[in-house]
Design a binder for this molecule. Structure first.
Ligand SMILES: *Cc1c(COP(=O)(O)O)cnc(C)c1O
Length: 399
């Protein structure tokens, strides 16, 4: 017998304010939905819940795409699903990279056996239209063009319309990562002509991590059905999963029941608020937070004019220890923010203002806490100046 090494107590996690790059805080309604009784995954009542979830997802994605469903897995499973269902050996793909998540797309696209052309953008800046044009001039027969709408590693929001137009002029399908924009910034799949998109539940949707909403239009579905080879991953094969979420209810894998409950409730909360009101709330709170940060002497990292409303990125001032500040925030305030990734590790902070976390109360709290942490590091920052600057943004907006 292998013995237990200790007595394991009942879980009692500390209540943190999650203003990192995700997961974001979850509304108690979502947690309550998760603790309701399980149904069988083919129970007619559960099928009704699946249908509601799919319809609510279409609203949030602003699409009428038939193939709209949550994949069982986190945001990266959606990335893997979209790329490995659309690409196969012999195909060509162009992937735009200006941060970690673009790099992850390159990795996944390469694993499908497709030939991948990388657009190397600058971290903290958007991908320029000319860069996309140049890539298509070199690879005019690319089957897929993939990009990240909201690059969580740098805090930029990529303009969509011109790059989608170029890709479509060359007959490519457009695949978009909207993990950190869906539910926090406008995402208009049909209006923008996005052929395939994926997101995650734990960013602006304010649901625990565990599902990845995806959507594909008829053109992308046709490409999927015209594959010469099977999708290499059985679990992520949409040709089967679309039949499970479609009319047939063909058994593929057991839907994670409680996660579907959670997502349905989180989407209901979004629908109650209304997408436009939610986008405006994210924008106003990010603006107020950024104004407060600048008033305390912090400099924004992301390119001006293209900053995310759901995640603010800041340069760490000279002489200030990244880890010490984040530890101070966690220990003294139960507040989580994120550090940088890859080439900007130790150089920037990423403050997520996502979903239910994007509130005036959290902005004021985070500014105060950040001032305290900076002061402890000998960096002179004035909390009253920060709060005044943030308040001025709310006043100007009449809020
Ligand atoms: C978080 C994130 C992902 C990955 O999601 P996981 O849930 O961590 O698997 C992918 N793309 C972007 C832009 C993200 O922010």
């Amino acid at each position: 017998m292998l013995e237990l090494k200790k007595n394991y107590s009942e879980l009692a996690p500390t209540e943190r304010v999650l203003l990192g790059a995700g997961p974001s805080g979850v509304d108690p309604r979502v947690l309550r939905a998760m603790s309701t009784p399980l149904l069988g995954h083919l129970d007619p009542e559960f099928i009704g819940i699946m249908n509601d979830t799919r319809d609510l997802l279409r609203y949030v994605f602003q699409t009428e795409n038939l193939l709209t469903l949550p994949m069982s897995g986190t945001g990266s499973s959606g990335m893997d699903t979209v790329l490995s269902n659309l690409l196969e050996p012999g195909d060509k793909a162009i992937v735009a990279v200006c941060g970690v998540f673009g790099e992850r797309m390159v990795d996944i696209a390469g694993r499908t056996g497709a030939e991948v052309k990388v657009i190397n953008g600058e971290w903290g800046r958007i991908i320029e239209t000319e860069q996309v044009e140049a890539a298509f001039n070199e690879m005019p027969d690319a089957k897929v063009f993939a990009f990240v709408h909201a690059e969580t590693s740098t805090g930029i929001l990529q303009p969509v319309e011109d790059i989608v137009r170029i890709a479509h002029e060359h007959g490519a399908l457009v695949a978009m990562d909207c993990v950190t924009s869906l539910g926090g910034a406008p995402v208009l799949l049909d209006e923008w002509g996005i052929d395939a998109a994926y997101s995650g539940t734990q960013k602006c949707i304010s649901c625990p991590p565990g599902l990845s909403p995806i959507s594909m239009n008829a053109k992308a579905q046709e490409a999927l059905h015209n594959r010469k080879t099977k999708v290499p991953s059985w679990y992520l094969d949409l040709t089967m999963i679309e039949r499970y979420w479609g009319q047939e209810r063909f058994y593929h894998h057991t839907a994670p029941i409680s996660m579907v409950y959670a997502l349905r409730e989180a989407l209901r909360i979004i629908a109650e608020e209304g997408l436009e009101a939610r986008w405006a709330r994210h924008e106003l709170n990010a603006e107020a937070f950024a104004a407060g940060c600048e008033a305390m002497g912090l400099k924004p990292f992301a390119q001006e004019g293209y900053r995310l409303p759901s995640l603010v990125t800041l340069w760490i001032p000279e002489g200030v220890q990244d880890a010490a500040v984040r530890q101070h925030l966690l220990k003294e305030f139960n507040l989580e923010i994120s550090g940088g990734l890859g080439p900007v590790k130790g150089q920037i902070w990423r403050v997520g203002l996502m979903g239910s976390n994007s509130t005036r109360k959290n902005i004021m709290f985070a500014l105060t806490a950040l001032c305290s942490a900076l002061n402890a590091q000998g960096f002179k920052a004035s909390a009253s100046a920060a709060l005044e600057a943030a308040t001025a943004v709310y006043d100007a907006a009449g809020k």
